[in-house]
Design a protein around this ligand. Sequence first.
Ligand code: HEM
Length: 537
Amino acid sequence: MAATSVVSLTASSLGEAPSPWKTTQLLLLPCALLVAWCAVHALEWAWLRPRRLGRVLRAQGLRGTAYRPLAGDGPLSERLVREARAAPLPPGCHDVVPRVLPLFHHAMKEHGKTSFTWMGPEPRVTIADPELVRQVLSNKFGHFEKVHFGQFQKLLHNGVSTHTGEKWARHRRIITPAFHLEKLKRMLPAFAACCADLVRRWEDLVGDDGEAREIDVSPEMQRLTGDVISRAAFGSSYLEGRRIFELQGEQVRLAMKLVNKLYIPGYVYLPTRTNRRMKQIAAEIDGILRGMIATREHAIRAGGAATSDDLLGLMLESNNKAAQLGGMSTADIIGECKLFYFAGMETTSSLLTWTLLALCAHPEWQRRAREEVRRVFGATNNKNTLDCPYDGLGRLKVVAMVLHEVLRLYAPLPALHRRTYKPMELGGVRYPAGVVLALPVLCVHHDVDVWGPDAGEFRPERFADGVAGAPPAFFPFGWGPRTCVGQSFAMLEAKMGIAMILQRFELELSPSYTHAPFMTPLLQPDHGAQIKLRRLP
Ligand code: HEM
């Protein structure tokens, strides 16, 4: 319209009628410019920039796969995953890297330990030297920033793990006190109640006729850790919490369908069935959490407490104290609650599942761990030990060694990622901005150069002197300023769960179990974790 009136004005001021051809030309010009601008940007994004970054890396002696426009190594990765997935491992074999991280394994074998592959148009350099990994993760200036998946990630969770800079520091300061050991000790009765529910249910399932019964422990451990996080996070409102956990589970399953489409710009905004359902789920979760937060805040304003023994209450308390310095908004608190599920549930259930499977595959360690549990807590939990479980859990040295060895061999998060946002030097290589650094936790944990020729074997005695006595190449909870805030929470929960199970049941692998560790994106058994349980006298 504006263009037409300018044309008419100019034409009439010259005393001529505007020619329709001229008008069309003037209208087409901005469109043509827009198309040209998009084309140049698309060319830069999909072709010129990747080629430039690849050249810079190769010029410094790094080797890697050839860039394929847009798709990158997607098709290669899909093929390698398909092949790896088709080949289960023998039970008790812990050489899981080629199966779990087939693309990294392939690239490192073909092109060296520090080599690169392509995530769509982004080069991804694998850094598998533990000292360099530590340097990346310890960089407190955030020069290696976390890799995010934009709107997609917001639908799953939008908490401290996705924030950067001042916002991350503020959120981390506010939520950290909720995870202090003194606070966690007060949550132990909630942990114990969930574990007691689980073993009671299993006792009913197994019966006491001395026969072994098969149970798939993988969904069982997810249910346990979902219950624990629901109770620990929301105290008496834990049934609403459980609904959130069900919805989050569905959200993750839908999200996994989208992973390969993430490189199609704007895909998450298309009104597909999956996208619509994901938005619905996010809205329902937000609604439940908003209601819970409003109730707690109302209680605080009325002069009461926010139920300070659960994570939500502790976080609100800490947030109120930080209010003068700029606290968190309700939307921020919702993001953190969603993150508790995402960060704390599947990770710990993965650890518990692989621990139960490892104890079946290594009966000698099962016997030693059970003897220790029964020495500390008795044959079944009696009143005294339940009153003070923290001290007892601290005395479970063999159980701790087993858990650490499982975290080494089956790290629940097999790889972490960072991105350079400005040129950075690392290990003698100068990385330009925009390079993704993949830190393959699992490869470092299985590296024979670090752990010795028996790196692929289950030997919990490596951790006889705790983590401090093991090689400095163990980082299942990350390293540096962004290390896992829930580490002690997870270890206490896992110790309690394993102790209560070992106290009451003997475990053995079922013949129907297939050893198939798989990344979903956490490390889970691909075909379930079928274990035969027998009740102990
Ligand atoms: C075995 C269980 C767990 C494992 C293996 C694990 C692993 C990790 C790792 C590797 C990171 C760092 C990620 C990175 O640097 O990119 C992390 C961060 C985090 N974890 Fe855990 N985690 C576990 C349990 C938990 C639990 C139970 C919670 C909370 C209830 C939790 C909450 C978090 C949070 C909030 C962060 C983000 C910290 C930040 O960015 O400052 N985690 N976790």
